[in-house]
Each structure stands twice: as C-alpha cells, then as structure tokens.
Design a protein around this ligand. Structure first.
Ligand SMILES: [Zn+2]
Length: 276
C-alpha cells in the first residue's frame, strides 16, 4: 500500500475505528470478566465492545498494543505504515514530526511496542524450505539517541556489528536477463553474532530454522557442522572477485543488506498489523 492508497483507505479517525473494530470482531475478543473468547457486539455510539454473555463493556483499545495510549488509531495506523512500507528508518523524533504530535514519549513508547511485537513474532517463526546463510558487517546507528546534525557530521554511536543473515530462498522462473537474480527472498532472520564459530552458528540456526531445511552457505569453516541441525547442507566457495556480485540470492553490498532489512521488517510488520 502506497501513501495515496493509505490516505484513501484511512482518511479519517472514524474510518480507522470502523476498520479496527471490524478487524477485532473478526478475530474474536476475549472478555475481561468471562476470561474467554466470547461473542461481542460493537457499540458504535459508545466506541465500546459488549460481551454477549455477561454484558461487560470494554474499550476498543483494551487488550491491544494501543491500550493506555493517547495516540489516535489513525496515528497508530500511520506509524505502522511508515515503519513497514518504506525503506527509510524512522526515529521516534522524526515520527513525532510526521504525525504532528506534541509529546515525544507516546510516540517513542508506541514504536517500541510495535518493534517488540514484530520481534516476538519473528522469534516464533521458523524459516523453511531452502535457506541461504551468510554473514556480513552492518553499521548500526541509534537514531533516537543521536541528534541528526551529529549524524550528518559522521559522529554519534555508529559501530559495526557482525550479523548472520538467514534468508528463505526460492528459485524464480528462468529469465533471460542475466542481471536479474535467479532466486527471490522469502522471510529473513538476522542475528548479531559475537563470533562465527560452529557452536554459535549451530545454536542460532537451530533456533531460527526448521530442521527439515536445505541450507546453502559459503565455505567458512564455522558452517561445517550445520548438518547436525539441518537436513541438508551445501557449501559453495565464493571467489574473492565475485563476492561483490549478486551471488545466489543476495549479495554483501550495503544496498542489498538494506533490502534484506526491509524485507524482514515488512514481512513481520504485515503480521503485526493484524495483531494490534
Ligand atoms: Zn463476558
């Protein structure tokens, strides 16, 4: 969904509420008193749900990420949209500006909740099928902590982190364009690693990847014990002069790393959108 589609789908707070209430009714609402999933009615004029069994009413926000938040649903929806549909990373300060919200804290808190939920969903999901695993150094930047001006001058808390990237890799239809990759990405998981020993690699792969998968890696010795945790393992050695090219599914260029990040964020965000 692009920004114009977003605006036409959610033009007002009322439209957002309508969509949100319908989404919650469809998924089912847990009654605070009955303690279980019961049939609820939506009371439009009171903006509340009513349990059909014990008649207890509950706020439309209760039991969701929005509980206790003073931000409007439209602001929450816009935040989710901006955090998931663009490649740009939004700091809470920038988000506050974009939403036109006076206070910084509610925005920071809401973004933190969204990211945390996305992270929990990521943890539950296990990568399946054919997986490519590679490692790379990423520059990590704390946008909330560093003032923009300092960042522009290259100061701030930028540092390099060694990251293991695990990506579901699906073969594409054959195409004549040699520049197009022959495989496309599915879900992506990334883990910051202290080192790349086989013990650490196997521990993380076991957590993140289904045991029935087929895994492709480069020839690094740390990957050699992967057959202990996955069904099949193939190691391919990448010649140094080829390392910058699109090799297998993804490359080690910073551009593709950002694509990997975006793909990961977008996939889990789509799920998060359903849960708020
Ligand atoms: Zn009830």
């Amino acid at each position: 969904m692009n920004i114009l589609q977003f605006i036409s789908t959610f033009p007002t707070e009322e439209k957002c509420l309508e969509h949100f209430a319908a989404m919650r009714l469809e998924r089912g609402i847990k009654c605070e008193k009955c303690g279980c999933q019961t049939k609820h009615y939506w009371l439009q004029d009171q903006k509340r749900f009513k349990c059909s069994k014990c008649k207890t009413k509950s706020s439309y926000k209760s039991g969701t990420l929005m509980e206790n938040s003073k931000l409007t649903i439209q602001q929450w929806f816009m935040m989710l949209h901006l955090m998931t549909s663009t490649k740009k990373t939004f700091s809470a300060l920038e988000m506050q500006r974009q939403l036109g919200v006076k206070r910084y804290e509610p925005v920071w808190y809401a973004m933190h909740k969204i990211r945390s939920t996305m992270g929990k969903r990521d943890e539950k999901y296990k990568l399946m099928g054919e997986i490519e695993i590679d490692d790379a150094f990423f520059t990590t930047v704390d946008l909330d902590r560093d003032k923009e001006e300092e960042m522009k001058r290259g100061r701030g808390s930028q540092k390099k982190s060694q990251v293991m990237v695990m990506v579901e890799s699906v073969p594409c239809e054959p195409n004549k364009n040699k520049h197009k990759p022959s495989r496309k990405m599915g879900y992506v998981k990334m883990v910051v690693m202290d080192d790349l020993t086989s013990t650490g690699i196997n521990y993380e792969v076991k957590k993140a990847v289904d045991s029935q998968t087929k895994v492709l890696t480069d020839g690094w010795r740390g990957y050699s014990k992967l057959p202990e945790v996955v069904a099949e393992h193939h190691q391919e050695t990448v010649p140094a002069e080829e390392a910058h090219k699109n090799y297998r599914g993804f490359t080690q260029t910073s551009e593709t790393q950002s694509v990997c990040l975006t793909a990961s964020t977008t996939q889990s965000a789509k799920d998060t959108f359903k849960t708020i």
